[in-house]
Design a protein around this ligand. Sequence first.
Ligand SMILES: Nc1nc2c(ncn2[C@@H]2O[C@H](COP(=O)(O)OP(=O)(O)OP(=O)(O)O)[C@@H](O)[C@H]2O)c(=O)[nH]1
Ligand SMILES: [Mg+2]
Length: 300
Amino acid sequence: MKDYVKAFQDKIAAIDADADKVNIINAGVMNHGKSSLFNSLLDKNVFPEEDIRTTVKTQVEQWTDNVYLIDTPGLSAEIVDDKVAYEAYRRANVIVFVHRVDTGELHKNGIDGLNKIKSLFPDEKFFVNHLCLVLTSIEEQNASKNLKTIIGKIRADIKNYCGLSGFKIFPVSNALYKQGVEEHEDFFIEQSGIIELRDYLQKNISTWRAENKAIRQDRLAREKDDFLAQLNKERSNVQARIQSKTEQIQQRQKIFLQKLEEAVSFYNADKSEYEYQDSVLDDLNDEFVSLTQRWQNEHY
Ligand SMILES: Nc1nc2c(ncn2[C@@H]2O[C@H](COP(=O)(O)OP(=O)(O)OP(=O)(O)O)[C@@H](O)[C@H]2O)c(=O)[nH]1
Ligand SMILES: [Mg+2]
């Protein structure tokens, strides 16, 4: 049996290790620019970024004092197990949900992911205050009026399908930001939207850090609930196994008793046959004795 207690203790230790940290965690569908965004915030290329599914493991980098950027694997319809990503989201002080705006509105994957992440937070209001929706790849849309329309649609979809409104939205372009940094072009950097996002996050760090005690309580309560749920599940499994073993034993007992009854009835049948033959033998014996007697009487 799995060591649930050890797994639970490890989780408590992980929660304690986060006590003074502020974890900024990205989330969203694969290939939407999550790693690129964190590289932009850090001004370093530490998170691998590519045009295919890239991040498969959570990667943690320190941003400032006890503030960490945590890059997570992208959510994907093909990947059945998003466990790594969801384990990471639980540690979040803030979720930076990344959506690539040149793919249009949020698709089912994104909506489902957002709903699932929402359920990891104490309540909807808390989640809204700790969610940043970052729209990447805006450089094309920026030029046209398209961006406003897409943002309106995304906002409406998130309200309709996730029940969330009032969260921050940051349109950004990692491509423009990179170009600006490489070419020392302030205009591109300003247009990229990265500065606004970075300022917002940095301004809120002290507020998020102050919430850590309450977050710890909430995470502990959730881990405890999960732990109890796992134990209950294991108990039901054991009970089901016992039940099935008992049924097997009862079935075997039934067969054994049937066979025993058969054997007893054969024995009884044989016994009465034997007793009958025995009495016939007795009669013959008696007859033999009396015939012997008669013969002696007649001849002597
Ligand atoms: N044009 C443009 N391309 C971008 C932008 N942000 C990211 N990209 C590109 O999009 C591709 C995917 O970026 P990643 O940062 O690897 O995406 P990801 O969400 O981390 O992907 P996974 O790790 O697979 O989930 C890369 O080729 C990036 O260069 C952007 O703002 N504009
Ligand atoms: Mg990535």
